[in-house]
Design a protein around this ligand. Structure first.
Ligand code: NAD
Length: 448
């Protein structure tokens, strides 16, 4: 649904009121469209010393054809407005090195172009070789999260932690965070570890892959199907009988196949596995998107209401994942993605059942990531914030307006924003990305 307030703020009267009354100013975000480049503008790169990560970042910037200049301490801002500022902080070995952040960013931050990108790359703190390094690297989180709240005009700030010897795995993650595909991902921390090097076509990274998407008939699920198909995947869409017509439309548009089933049915996992083996000899991507809400304060919560939400949102992904892994349906190099929610991180009044289920999805990712790594299968989750869908259109006006505005970008996200994040997780080139939970929430105030 349209954000009428945002439309109004784009009018001359709206801009006057926004400026004079200090009202929220939700700048329209720039999203990926056919023909978009990874980054449309220049990049200023800086860092602490020469590092392997720094070299990998500069190689990528050359690869994507970005014009970039390097800057370190005290360098005055360039004349042109950079579209991105990328800082390699992997060389920070003690808190004394953190000074470099201020030296690099303060002179140039005001110059950042609208819908600009700030990316800080650090070394995974838990894998630091000294206490001093661990502290310095962990400190980067406070810096990026605060800067995310300071930059305006649709710009985002994210932190990427890279494990030692994993710098060659940075490509797909940096491409995502630099590009319009990450328009609504702000104030996040991504972790990149080691993995096999996969050289695929960044334009069609999922060519030849088969993706299961549950709840694919509408909303976020339909956007996920669209986006994964755009990237080359064949879609196996699943939804309930009530939404069979809508699912058929999605599959007719994209190709692939459909399976009408309730993910909570006892044989759901077996039917999915049988279909996937018959049609495609297996699956490469599994997206557990199907989800429901049944909001009630706990004092008024009935057992069937509680169970329905836990069954669809958590037990079904748990059971289906277990069976698809055991049956060998998910091929090596595969990627499983859970759809959590910021309610599962921050909690929400009237959503004890929903938040329990979504926090459980995060648990599923954290518990399985190390185990599935042995089978070369990755598992990650997205945690959407306020996304403009049929679900949020039903939320009462005042709560909806608050939900839209209480984030750094001062607007709701679109289903495609969640889908793009899932496409980054699904990309075989993201072989080092597992165990991540990335919020797609415009840096919502809820849940840190
Ligand atoms: P939606 O209600 O528009 O779509 C959900 C889809 O899942 C529907 O097509 C529905 O038929 C299907 N589904 C539900 N139960 C099913 C079952 N038992 N078996 C098979 N299919 C089933 O919801 P949405 O807003 O697109 O949400 C998609 C996911 O994103 C959900 O997991 C939701 O919890 C999560 N999410 C949404 C938001 C938001 O702001 N919209 C925020 C956070 C998380």
């Amino acid at each position: 649904m349209t954000d009428r307030y945002q439309t109004f703020t784009r009018t001359p009267l709206g801009q006057t009121l926004v400026k004079n009354l200090g009202l929220p100013d939700p700048v329209p975000l720039q999203r990926w469209t056919e023909g978009s480049r990874v980054i449309d503008g220049s990049v200023v790169f800086g860092g602490i010393g020469e590092t392997e990560a720094g070299k990998a970042i500069q190689a990528l910037l050359r690869d994507i054809g970005a014009t970039f200049s390097t800057a370190t301490e005290g360098v005055a801002s360039s004349q042109i407005r950079p579209k991105a500022l990328v800082f390699d902080a992997t060389g920070a070995t003690s808190t004394a090195d953190l000074t470099s952040l201020q030296r690099f960013f303060s002179p140039v931050i005001r110059q950042l172009a609208p819908a600009g990108r700030v990316i800080v790359v650090g070394r995974t703190p838990e894998l630091a070789t000294s206490t001093e390094q661990h502290i310095a690297q962990r400190a980067l989180e406070g810096f990026t999260r605060s800067l995310g709240k300071e930059v305006k005009r649709g710009a985002t700030v994210n932190l990427v932690y890279v494990a030692p010897d994993a710098h060659e795995q940075l490509d797909s993650t940096l491409r995502f965070f630099l590009s319009p595909k990450s328009a609504y991902v702000d104030g996040q921390v991504a972790r990149v570890g080691t993995g096999p090097l996969v050289g695929n076509d960044p334009e069609r990274p999922l060519a030849g892959k088969v993706a299961l998407v549950t709840g694919a008939a509408r909303g976020i699920g339909a956007a996920i199907a669209d986006t994964l198909a755009r990237d080359g995947a064949t879609i196996l869409g699943v939804d309930v009988a009530q939404n069979a017509d809508a699912l058929r439309k999605v599959i007719t548009r994209l190709g692939g196949s459909e399976l009408i089933l309730d993910v909570t049915s006892v044989d759901a996992a077996q039917r999915i596995a049988a279909h996937a083996h018959e049609q495609y000899a297996g699956l490469d991507i599994v997206v557990h998107n199907a989800g429901i809400t049944r909001d009630k304060r706990l004092a008024n919560m009935r057992t069937d209401t509680w169970d329905a939400v836990l069954d669809v949102n958590l037990r079904a992904p748990e059971r289906i994942t277990e069976h698809l892994v055991e049956a060998g349906t998910i091929r090596a190099g595969g990627s499983i993605i859970g759809v959590a929610s910021i309610a599962g991180i921050a909690g929400n009044n009237g959503q004890t059942n929903y938040a329990t289920s979504k926090a459980g999805v995060i648990g599923l990712v954290q518990a399985l990531a190390p185990k599935l790594a042995e089978k070369q299968i990755r598992i990650n989750a997205v945690a959407p914030g306020f996304i403009e869908t049929e679900m949020t259109a039903k939320v009462p006006f005042t709560i909806r307006e608050v939900g839209r505005r209480i984030n750094s970008l001062q607007q709701g996200g679109l289903p495609v924003d969640v889908a793009e994040t899932i496409a980054w997780f699904a990309d075989p080139a993201s072989a080092g990305v597992t165990g991540n939970v990335i919020r797609v929430c415009g840096q919502s105030l809820l849940g840190a």
